[in-house]
Design a protein around this ligand. Structure first.
Ligand code: AMP
Length: 209
């Protein structure tokens, strides 16, 4: 099954996509993670992407679309994939429709005013990418899964978060309408405990069979 996860930054797409990828044994493709890895490795894509990401803007469509096109052609995607963070504007959604058949689009819905706190308080493991929130860390500074150091993402600062939420409202929210018109869109309530969100996603996907 080829699945797209939509939702504002901080809605929990990454966490849910990674849980679902484990359950379905298909790859979790996060364009944000791919860009961050490219920045770390100082690749040409990383060098282009860094400025945009640091400002909270979208990396240009031609770079991002080619990246995803190449990634979903790889052997591990034959039984399906989960896209997290792509498409992020209508042009990307139109491009995707030309090179992949999407079976389901899950929109994780959460009130926008909850997101600033979620994002600015987020800490991620520098080694495995696991996500935490300072409110629940109790002073712990290492990952409970791999003991990696917990850090704040460079684009989770107050100012950049504001830009990212503006970009979401202007450019990404119209993607919801795009998929509404294709009949693929399913809403899930993201404002509940992680396991409950996951349960709702599983139910939505089971109903498709
Ligand atoms: P994320 O980890 O999904 O929050 O993405 C972090 C940043 O990577 C975004 O704020 C964008 O700058 C960039 N990015 C990720 N996915 C895309 C995309 N589909 N199109 C353009 N830029 C993207």
């Amino acid at each position: 099954m080829n699945i797209v996860f939509l939702g504002a930054p901080g809605a929990g797409k990454g966490t849910q996509a990674s849980m679902l990828a484990k359950k379905y044994q298909i790859p979790h493709i996060s364009t944000g993670d791919i860009f961050r890895q490219n920045i770390k490795d100082q690749t040409p894509i990383g060098l282009v992407a860094k400025g945009y990401i640091d400002r909270g803007q979208l990396v240009p469509d031609e770079v991002t679309v080619e990246l995803v096109k190449g990634r979903i052609c790889q052997d591990d995607c034959v039984n399906g994939f989960i896209l997290d963070g792509f498409p992020r504007d209508v042009a990307q959604a139109e491009a995707l429709a030309n090179f992949a058949k999407i079976d389901a689009v899950i929109d994780i819905v959460i009130p926008l005013d909850r997101l600033t706190k979620r994002l600015t308080g987020r800490r991620i493991c520098a080694k495995c990418g696991e996500s935490y929130h300072v409110d629940f860390l109790g002073g712990v500074s290492n990952c409970s899964k791999c003991d990696g150091e917990l850090i704040q993402r460079a684009d989770d600062t107050v100012e950049t978060v504001q830009n990212r939420l503006n970009v979401y409202t202007v450019k990404t929210a119209p993607v919801i309408e795009f998929y509404e018109n294709t009949g693929l869109l399913k809403d899930v309530n993201g404002d509940q405990p992680v396991q409950d969100v996951f349960q709702e996603i599983i139910e939505v996907l089971n109903d498709l069979h």
